[in-house]
Design a protein. Structure first.
Length: 527
């Protein structure tokens, strides 16, 4: 009996710290994951958000924290600063992360034409940085670096394309271009997202694939060869739905220090964005097959190690703005104007100052964001609008190409709160903001310029609703407007919905808004 009780307690302890799916229920698309000694490192895509190229670290594939960002800003064009266009949905795309000869390397390429679309390679001795730019190379779409055992360096990209780089990573070896395989005749959808590893002398290239045909779905495929030049053979290594959100694809595999393997593959989940899932990887006949014995993605897995944390670390955190620096989980929408925000002008508050006259939220500098999270989440913030000028707009939003927005305005010495639905229309070439369709659902008069704002998000399958509230004391809440239908739109911002704090001017400069006590919580467990 004592033995049974002991086994039961061990099992309960394992379940308490089990690896549950989603690995992180938030927008972390295009994951690349490596292990260095006993630590895993993950990079994902944040495109137009700055600082950019987030590097996260974990000991157990459950608890992830931000180690650094590779770049504070990107400055190839004024578009990165919301001038002469935008880079919504562009900027930093699928990034390759590698470790070689004692250094970390990242490679990413903006989805752009011309000089803005040139490939970046950065390097650092530690994942925590500092990161330094190594080179700018031609455009390699959805690329993956490979440092081979003989010291040669390759870039796999596009659909079966590759080049060899010079040893100093400064250029392409002349004559090294190869197109090693083509997509299948019926593979009319996606075939991209290269992630390459070398294992037991073989080269494995993982890609997302889509076949538009009855009974065919999004899937992860693997090409393998005995040398980089090929020939390559192909196998489908994952074709499975999960959690009511459809089929999965794009990601990588990584081993533990004990020789176990896992896959980290993202799944489109509506307005929350593209969410990473964790699954076993079993080597069968020389193929890295993903999922359980039936090829399905499990809800629960045994933990990698014994975790000492009761709850996973989140990529979104509360912040009372009392520190001298912003919490690393915050990212600005495009490059920030650093002279126009402060954590010191009013201790314990974030101050956003108007610094450019614009006509809408999508052109507003210094909009500060964090990811929303599933399955449900709630965030509140205190806004002091005392120093707004007529024509200023400050507030809190569920921000995306389709946004639910709480806006405080000052008009003739009085303060008003509006709940609006906003939709941005972008040009195809420079992503310029052509128009913003705004519907004011409800408008109320405020008795004080200090108001508490709250946004709840529900990201269960086929839900994607945001409920917006306000309060005079932070305890009794009044709903404003109707539930807002959030959306994921790859033709607009191409990201998951984010919480956003903003302050901008539509008439004249000189106003500012103060924010305090951003309080965030996830509601509910994983699947």
């Amino acid at each position: 009996m004592k033995r049974l009780i002991s086994l039961w307690l061990v099992l309960c302890g394992c379940l308490a710290h089990a690896a549950n799916n989603p690995m992180i229920w938030a927008d972390l698309p295009d994951p690349d994951v490596i292990r260095v000694d006993d630590t895993f490192y993950l990079v994902s895509t944040t495109m137009h958000m700055m600082p950019g190229v987030p590097i996260m670290k974990s000991k157990d594939l459950i608890n992830w924290e931000i180690a650094s960002y590779v770049c504070e800003t990107l400055d190839d064009s004024p578009r990165y600063s919301l001038l002469e266009g935008t880079v919504y949905g562009r900027g930093q795309w699928a990034t390759s992360l590698k470790y070689y000869n004692g250094r970390f390397y990242v490679l990413f390429v903006p989805n752009e034409q011309g000089d803005m679309g040139r490939t970046y390679i950065y390097s650092a001795e530690k994942a925590e940085g500092p990161w330094k730019l190594v080179s700018r190379l031609p455009h390699f779409h959805d690329a993956s670096l490979l440092f081979d055992d003989d010291g040669r360096v390759y870039v796999f990209y596009g659909t079966g394309e590759q080049v060899e780089l010079t040893a100093d990573l400064q250029g392409v070896v002349p004559g090294s271009y190869r197109h090693t395989f083509q997509r299948e005749a019926d593979e009319t959808g996606l075939l991209e997202g290269s992630r390459v590893i070398k294992f037991q002398g073989r080269y494995y290239l993982l890609m997302i694939s889509q076949v538009y045909a009855p009974g065919r779905h999004r899937r992860e495929v693997c090409y393998r060869a005995d040398n980089p030049a090929g020939p390559y053979e192909k196998n489908v290594i994952l074709e499975a739905p999960f959690g009511g959100f459809g089929y999965t694809g794009q990601g990588t595999i990584v081993d533990t220090q004990w020789g176990d393997w896992y896959g980290i593959i993202f799944q489109d989940r509506g307005a929350i964005g593209r969410v990473p899932l964790l699954m076993p990887c079993r080597w069968i006949d020389g193929w890295p097959m993903l999922g359980d014995e039936e090829g399905q993605i499990p809800i629960h897995m045994r933990p990698l190690t014994s975790s000492n944390k009761d709850k996973p670390l989140n990529p979104t955190v509360s912040d009372d703005f009392s520190n001298s620096k912003l919490a690393p989980e915050w990212q600005w929408n495009h490059n920030p104007v650093n002279s126009a925000w402060s954590l010191s002008d009013r201790k314990g508050w974030l101050r956003l100052k108007t610094n450019r006259v614009v006509q809408n939220l999508y052109l507003a500098p210094n909009t500060l964001t964090q990811r929303m999270m599933g399955p449900k989440c709630s965030a509140t913030v205190t806004l002091d609008a005392s120093h707004l000028k007529n024509g200023d707009c400050a507030g809190f939003a569920a921000f995306n190409g389709h946004s639910g927005v709480l806006t405080v305005k000052r008009e003739k010495g009085k303060y008003y709160l509006e709940m609006s639905e906003q939709l941005v229309n972008l040009g195809r070439r420079d992503k310029e903001v052509e128009s913003v369709e705004e519907i004011v659902v409800e408008r109320v008069s405020l008795s004080s310029p200090v108001v508490h704002l709250r946004i709840d998000g529900d990201f269960h399958p086929r839900t994607d609703k945001a409920a917006l509230y306000y309060s005079s004391d932070g305890e009794q809440w009044t709903k404003i407007g109707s539930d807002y239908q959030m959306r994921f739109d790859w033709q607009r911002l191409f990201m998951g919905t984010r919480y956003a704090l903003f302050c901008y001017s539509t008439q004249r400069l000189g106003g500012y808004a103060d924010f305090d006590s951003f309080d965030f919580q996830v509601i509910g467990d994983s699947e």
